[in-house]
Design a protein around this ligand. Structure first.
Ligand SMILES: Nc1ncnc2c1ncn2[C@@H]1O[C@H](COP(=O)(O)OP(=O)(O)O)[C@@H](O)[C@H]1O
Ligand SMILES: [Mg+2]
Length: 332
């Protein structure tokens, strides 16, 4: 997550949301948001990401108990940076953004962030589970929820920088999607790490071309147009049920592939019109990419068009490994 400074603010269309957060002072983080460790009972491990281990825990406060997720950041995370980011996270209140509950520091100085527990787990796991039914209408529903949250963040001048299925969480009925894991990328190492090939877990396949190019004057740049690129990739992930992006391409091959104008192919159940919207997110020139506001209008138009002309298309179940129809990108 990264704040644009005032003089770098991009021009955004008229706000649909006025961010409802009262600025949170650093003191408030100490006064109101510290969770005493004795109020947490750890239950099970939920997952491991790039920067943290996440556990399910029961949090008891004034004799009320709720389930929470406790994210314990790896030791190489600096406390000052983490606190700045916690401050930002705590200022985000939106129905499609995972709710911040508090934070604490363990006796061995590990920083923990406590958020609401999302019983459906992450979207990437859901998409790749063959036992889960995924309808085209559900994908549209998820897309609209993501867009709502991203409009909110972009109006607050907050970059996510790691928008991907693995960072979207679902509620226990899989109807509500919330964006998670923003602000947790260290500013100092995000670009270096994210394009490092040594570690295949790092998500360079979600990054915009300008963040990958070693020779560009815009080398390692990531603006809100990078989040737009990642949004297009996320839509692709949904329609391909978590299929590996670009078939696991290497970084140099990906740069060559994108540089000559190739892009991920259209998934089988993604309409041509929606695919055009995705392609606009992957325009080589960041200035030509849409904003989240215009994307909301564009996707709404596509959705309404399908609904009136061929509503049955919304009831199609997207099967896992409908790979026979998957046009592999032609990468040489
Ligand atoms: N609030 C939550 N509820 C349920 N599962 C969660 C929650 N937060 C994280 N997880 C699980 O832990 C994984 C890693 O969490 P994440 O916040 O993305 O960590 P990292 O910053 O290390 O990538 C997620 O993909 C998800 O499976
Ligand atoms: Mg993550």
């Amino acid at each position: 997550m990264f704040w644009w400074y005032k003089n770098k603010k991009p021009k955004l269309p008229q706000k649909r949301y006025s961010p409802n957060s009262v600025p949170i002072l650093m003191d408030d983080l100490y006064n109101h948001y510290i969770i005493p460790s004795e109020s947490l009972t750890y239950l099970e491990k939920l997952g491991t990401g790039n920067s943290a281990d996440v556990h399910l825990a029961e949090y008891t406060n004034n004799s009320n108990s709720i389930k929470v997720a406790v994210k314990t950041l790896k030791l190489n995370c600096f406390k000052a940076d983490t606190l700045k980011e916690i401050k930002l996270l705590s200022s985000c209140k939106h129905e499609y953004i995972v709710k911040f509950i508090g934070w604490m520091e363990t006796p061995d100085e590990q920083m923990c962030i406590i958020t609401e527990y999302m019983g459906g787990g992450d979207l990437s796991t859901y998409l790749t589970n063959p036992n889960k039914l995924l309808m085209v209408s559900t994908v549209f529903n998820y897309i609209f929820q993501v867009l709502d949250a991203m409009i909110y963040l972009s109006h607050k001048y907050i970059l996510h920088r790691d928008l991907a299925a693995r960072n979207c969480l679902l509620n226990e009925t899989y109807e509500i999607l919330k964006i998670n894991d923003f602000g947790l990328s260290r500013e100092m190492d995000i670009n270096y790490e994210y394009i490092s090939e040594a570690n295949p877990r790092l998500p360079f396949r979600w990054l915009p071309l300008e963040a990958l190019l070693p020779t560009s004057s815009e080398y390692r740049t990531f603006t809100f147009k990078g989040d737009i690129w990642a949004f297009g990739i996320l839509v692709w992930e949904m329609f391909e049920r978590g299929h590996e992006l670009y078939d696991g391409i290497s970084l140099p091959a990906l740069i060559r592939f994108l540089k000559v104008g190739h892009r991920l192919p259209r998934p089988q159940h993604c309409s041509l019109e929606l695919y055009k919207v995705m392609l606009s997110c992957w325009d080589e020139n960041p200035a030509n990419r849409p904003t989240f506001d215009t994307l909301q209008d564009d996707v709404e138009k596509v959705f309404q068009e399908i609904k009136t002309s061929d509503p049955n298309k919304l009831n199609i179940a997207i099967e896992l490994n409908c790979g026979n129809e998957y046009e592999r990108p032609n990468i040489s």
